[in-house]
Design a protein around this ligand. Structure first.
Ligand code: G3P
Ligand code: MG
Length: 248
């Protein structure tokens, strides 16, 4: 039986993407300083099978490295700068730091390109070794149903969220097949409370990405969205002057 999912209203996107290098420990520290209760990070495997935090499948955009992460060993990755002298963190280092801050985590499994089974097995073996049963379990999310199916095998008691970039026919069947208790949707897909209600049917939790405008965030929460994934973990503390240019 999967535990009930309880999310805070705001989840820091890639830790605190607008405030610090994404998917880094500096970003986690910044998110903590801004009062984040949870953060979302992206997880991929190195060439030697170590789960690390990286959004893209290649190194160029966010680090000083070059080429595919899947062709880069952890030792080579350690020489890359992910911003401000920050390394690309291992999932292990990230989880240890998040536990230290008392911050909850949404682990997004980036299974394409690659082997969803290998990613889920490595990430969830690591995470379950480190994460205490007394803390709220991580939310495991993915756009790839194969990642979530593998997560169900490797961490059956941890909640799963199906990511949707669009609301296409067949999503309820996919969500049911992988046992998703949450739907995490591109907020641009939602134009009314009824749209949220449709996603929330059967007791599912609805979260949205990536919302950087406080007024839009408030509207979505009033429509029944449980959590906003934002580049600004403090989105409501400086309302009125928030730059919405990074919204996706
Ligand atoms: O998990 C929500 C969001 O992070 C999904 O999109 O591309 O930022 O990983 P992306
Ligand atoms: Mg992500």
């Amino acid at each position: 039986m999967m535990p009930a999912l309880s999310l805070p209203a705001i989840i820091g996107h890639r830790c605190a993407r607008a405030e610090a290098p994404e998917n880094t420990l500096a970003g986690l520290r910044r998110a903590a300083a801004l009062g984040a209760r949870w953060v979302e990070v992206d997880v991929r495997l190195t060439a030697d099978g170590v789960p690390v935090l990286l959004h893209d499948d290649t190194l160029e955009r966010t680090t000083t490295g070059r080429g595919a992460l899947a062709a880069t060993t952890l030792a080579d990755l350690a020489r890359c700068d992910a911003g401000g002298g920050e390394p690309v963190p291992t999932l292990e280092a990230f989880l240890g730091a998040a536990l230290g801050f008392g911050i909850g985590v949404n682990l997004e499994l980036k299974g394409e390109p690659g082997d969803p089974e290998a990613l889920a097995k490595a990430a969830l073996t690591t995470a379950q070794r480190l994460w205490p049963a007394t803390a709220p379990p991580p939310l495991i999310s993915s756009f790839e149903p194969a990642c979530l199916a593998a997560a169900a095998r490797h961490a059956p008691g941890w909640p799963r969220g199906l990511l949707l970039d669009e609301i296409a026919p067949g999503w309820p069947e996919t969500a049911a097949a992988v046992g998703a208790v949450a739907i995490i949707v591109n907020h641009l897909c939602l134009a009314s409370p009824a749209a949220v209600a449709a996603l929330a049917a059967n007791g599912r939790t609805v979260a949205v990405y990536t919302v950087n405008d406080p007024a839009r965030a408030r509207a979505l929460l009033s429509w029944g969205v449980a959590a906003i994934i934002s580049d600004h973990p403090d989105i409501f503390s400086k309302s009125g002057d928030r730059d919405s240019s990074m919204q996706k």
